[in-house]
Design a binder for this molecule. Structure first.
Ligand SMILES: [Zn+2]
Length: 292
């Protein structure tokens, strides 16, 4: 059913990062090397999409490309689109403009060298483009990116830019340019706009509700879903991580625990959606960016 071309096309996107090493740095101030969890979990997503003969867009961290070049080649060989998710997963709020340019340039070079393809699309770590960091869109244009898919048009906890466009289209940048914007899908739930088809919302809402939300958004515009490899990792956290977590504040411990809820059933949920709806690479949704 998913290959029925009469069905509307939606975007399937993956932010390829090692959740363990990022959480160790950002939550506990400890730097460790990439763990192999990113390899095994990303391969699960590759198998999931292969089962459904579906191609998506993988926004890859430059540091993942450096640590596991074979993974980038596997993603490319399976016909998926590769975009940039920054190099070291720093949110734009913590970077100067020069640092952001360096971060994006490093990742672009790593991924272009590995793939032999020009990087056209970008997804910011933690959806960190909003009214305070909109200058990052000009940096993307300077580096030759053609589209950005970082804006979550709602007010979330630590992310989101409410009031922005809900569908794909050109967006003016503060520097007077224009970049194609592919916002993440949001929907109204109990009077609030929320990213119901990704992250904790997607894991916690009943599948029947997620399907209705999907249909509702799809009747107006393509749905843009996002997934992180660690969301499909059912293995317990490593010991070194649990030791740091035990020392953290209750708020951090609860937040990290919430990332674990319903991980085990998530694969089945994606299997359902991929069977029922049609997905493709984000660049296929942008006619101006589709010369392949
Ligand atoms: Zn990320």
């Amino acid at each position: 059913m998913e290959n029925d071309e009469s069905l509307p096309l939606n975007g399937f996107s993956v932010d390829v990062e090692d959740g363990i090493s990022i959480a160790m740095r950002d939550r506990f101030g400890r730097r460790i090397a990439q763990t192999e969890r990113v390899l095994t979990s990303t391969r699960k997503i590759l198998h999931l999409l292969a089962r459904h003969d579906t191609r998506g867009t993988f926004f890859v961290l430059g540091q993942v490309g450096e640590a596991y070049p074979e993974l980038v080649r596997e993603i490319q060989a399976a016909g998926h689109e590769i975009g940039v998710h920054g190099h070291d997963h720093h949110v734009f709020h913590k970077l100067s403009r020069d640092q952001a340019r360096e971060e994006l340039y490093r990742a672009k070079v790593v991924l272009e060298d590995l793939t032999g393809e020009k990087m056209r699309g970008h997804r910011a770590p933690c959806f960190s483009i909003d009214s305070n960091t909109a200058w990052a869109l000009d940096v993307l244009l300077e580096l030759g990116f053609e589209y950005d898919s970082s804006i979550m048009p709602c007010r979330g906890l630590g992310y989101g830019w409410s009031g922005q466009r809900l569908g794909i289209g050109p967006m003016d940048t503060p520097g007077g340019g224009q970049i194609m914007q592919v916002p993440l899908s949001v929907t109204s739930l109990a009077g609030r706009k929320v990213p119901a088809l990704g992250g904790s919302y997607f894991r916690l809402l009943p599948l029947s509700v997620s399907r209705l939300i999907f249909q509702r958004i799809q009747s107006q515009r393509p749905v843009i879903m996002y997934l992180h490899p660690y969301e499909l990792d059912p293995e317990p956290y490593p010991e070194f991580y649990l030791r740091e977590l035990a020392k953290a504040t209750l708020k951090t411990r609860l937040r990290m625990r919430s990332f674990w809820l319903r991980r085990k059933s998530l694969m089945q949920r994606y299997d359902h959606l991929l069977s029922e709806f049609r997905f493709g690479r984000i660049k296929e949704l942008i006619p101006e960016v589709e010369p392949t």
